[in-house]
Write a protein that binds this ligand. Structure first.
Ligand code: NDP
Length: 278
């Protein structure tokens, strides 16, 4: 039976390490302050924003909330970002996505200073990752690398298959695995023979956004399976992109949903906030 990779425990360990580091940095007069912007009051976004503020409080990172009404114009939002970019007290800026339809997400992402881009979405952050320079890395894939590291799963020389090529998960995930010397294949909706390609993987990362799509036929015996997906089923329970019950008996290690990748995303956001002042 597979080892269950416990994202909750790893994220707690990471947060505790960060808490200690933040106390040390404070003693040197360095303080991290995260500005969290939310436009509108989408309930899911409110939950995410609330969790991020809670994590900041736990670690000792300051947080400033900007809760803007749904009808906020793009110009107003950009003016706020400009102000926060120039404010030396603010060390990280996060605009909770999605923003309302009348605001262009890419314009917002590009306006946040790359020096304060703790989400790691700015093209300069992505470019830095691509050419192996220092910069903020998108939290979910960065969290997966931490999970692998804390679970003593070595990437070097391994066949790594990533299902999904989104800008925030699939692509940065592939780049991180490559940086760790994995042999990386990226799959997407036009990939032919997906099962066959996935079955090559020593490490299979699934970010496809389809509940329980990955069944045992996609998985090689002994593979490590990382499930990024998160979906609420009709019975109210959460599930991932991987059919956990069918896949777990076949692999050497697997992340559950919930309690796998999810908790790492916020922990890595905190890591990025601390990185901003390191
Ligand atoms: P996107 O919808 O942006 O991307 C999905 C990717 O999967 C696309 O590249 C798409 O291909 C590919 N895809 C879709 N259908 C198939 C298929 N049948 N075969 C092969 N590839 C396919 O999703 P995200 O990357 O944003 O998120 C993926 C999942 O992870 C979601 O369930 C999301 O909720 C979850 N998530 C969880 C996070 C966490 O903290 N745990 C954080 C972020 C996301 P193409 O490019 O060709 O369209």
């Amino acid at each position: 039976m597979a080892d269950i990779i416990d994202g909750k425990a790893v994220s707690q360990r990471l947060k505790d390490e960060l808490k200690e580091e933040v106390a040390g940095l404070k003693a040197q007069g360095k303080e991290a302050v995260l500005a969290v912007i939310q436009v509108g009051n989408d309930p899911a976004s409110s939950v995410y924003v609330g969790n991020k503020k809670k994590a900041c409080a736990y670690i000792g990172i300051g947080s400033e909330s900007y809760e803007l009404p749904e009808e906020t114009t793009q110009e107003e939002l950009l003016a706020l970002i400009d102000r926060l970019n120039e404010d030396d007290k603010i060390t990280g800026i996060l605009c909770q996505l999605p923003v309302p339809g009348h605001i262009d997400e890419d314009t917002i992402i590009r306006r946040i200073s790359p020096l304060k881009d703790v989400d790691g979405f700015h093209p300069m952050s992505v470019g830095a990752l691509c050419i192996g320079e220092k910069g903020f890395v998108s939290c979910t894939p960065a969290g997966i690398m931490k999970l692998l590291e804390y679970s003593d799963i070595d990437v070097e020389g391994k066949e790594c298959v990533v299902v999904g090529r989104s800008n925030i998960v699939g692509k940065p995930m592939a780049l991180l695995l490559l940086r760790a010397n994995g042999t990386v294949t990226v799959c997407h909706s036009r990939t032919k023979n997906l099962q066959e390609v996935c079955r090559r993987a020593d490490i299979l990362v699934v970010a496809v956004g389809k509940p329980k799509m990955i069944t045992e036929e996609y998985v090689k015996d002994g593979a490590v399976v990382i499930d990024v997906g998160i979906h609420r089923m009709d019975n109210g329970k959460l599930c991932g992109d991987v059919d956990y019950d069918r896949v777990a008996p076949k692999c050497s290690a697997i992340t559950p949903v919930p309690g796998g990748v999810g908790p790492m995303t916020i922990a890595m956001l905190m890591y990025n906030c601390v990185n901003a002042i390191r």
